[in-house]
Design a protein around this ligand. Structure first.
Ligand code: ZN
Ligand code: ZN
Length: 301
């Protein structure tokens, strides 16, 4: 009885402790004006280790055990590929901007020159703006396109092809999808000339949140906090998007900024949309890493 109460109260503070703790740790280790990508990778990996450990200690659902998932090593390798792709995306976005300037015959010369970015706003507001722009581009536009266009769905299918939910599912992405996700996310910021420190914090938010919303850690919210699923990215909110049910799968696209799904009419509150099963109804995904990487390019039918 007493143990159940402790577990319940523990589950109420887990979400805030992990997400808030890592943001505070990032702030503590950040060198002003010199965003370190080595520190970024250290935080991302430490966050993964903490969440994977909590999954073993206080799992949300016992049936989703990372250790028993026969795709875990594939997921880890996909995660390494996606991390490398994401790190080169910043330069790729700069090249895209340069290409736009050349293609426009100089008309877009001001692109990336920081003239359009509201650098006078408080830093936290700039990061919030960065997160919203990233989410609009990557989650609202690109993520919806993945689910609507067959050729793009074949890139995104791997992420949904999972029988369990745990922190490594965050890494289960085709490298092509990883490349596109980060490119679409970062492009508006580079185009507007956002400082690298804003890009650093925005990208960190997407990684920490990405890990947390896929993790199988018992992190609950009391009934009076039900509105949090409209405001902050929660595991329960993203779980609905991983549903096997087609209507539920076509909702909750924005893993980083849930209220964008209210704007686009695709928000399903997790408390009123229980998920029976996750994954895919029909999947032709190969079990091997090579087959999974080749999957989007294979002929169908
Ligand atoms: Zn999706
Ligand atoms: Zn997901």
């Amino acid at each position: 009885m007493a143990l159940a109460t402790v577990q319940l109260w523990g589950s109420y503070i887990t979400y805030w402790t992990v997400l808030g703790g890592f943001m505070a740790l990032a702030w503590w280790g950040a060198v002003p004006g010199d965003p370190s990508w080595a520190w970024f990778l250290t935080l991302a990996f430490a966050n993964f280790v903490v969440l994977a450990s909590l999954e073993q200690l206080v799992p949300r659902q016992r049936r989703f055990d990372l250790r028993k998932d026969d795709q875990k090593w594939n997921d880890a390798i996909h995660g390494i590929f996606v991390s490398i792709a994401s790190l080169i995306d910043h330069r790729l976005a700069e090249l895209v901007c340069l290409g736009l300037v050349i293609a426009s015959g100089g008309m877009l010369d001001g692109l990336t020159s920081a003239s359009l970015w509201p650098a006078g706003l408080p830093f936290a507001v700039q990061v919030a703006l960065g997160v919203i722009l990233w989410a609009v581009s990557a989650d609202v536009v690109l993520h919806r396109a993945y689910h609507r266009i067959d050729a793009l769905w074949r890139l995104h299918e791997l992420h949904h092809d999972t029988s369990g939910m745990h922190v490594l599912v965050s890494a289960r992405q085709h490298v092509g999808e990883g490349l596109l996700n980060a490119l679409f996310g970062i492009l508006p910021l580079v185009m507007l000339g956002a400082p690298e420190s804003v890009i650093w914090w925005t990208a960190l938010w997407t990684v920490l949140v990405g890990n947390q919303i896929h993790s199988n850690v018992d992190q609950r919210f009391p009934a009076w906090l039900g509105w949090v699923h409209y405001v902050l990215p929660t595991p329960q909110f993203h779980y609905v998007h991983h549903s096997r049910d087609g209507r539920q799968q076509l909702s909750n696209f924005s893993g980083f900024v849930p209220w964008l799904d209210i704007v686009t009419g695709s928000h399903r509150h997790p408390d009123r949309n229980p998920v029976a099963q996750i994954g895919l109804e029909h999947s032709s995904m190969p079990a091997t890493i090579v087959g999974q990487l080749a999957h989007p390019f294979r002929r169908t039918g």
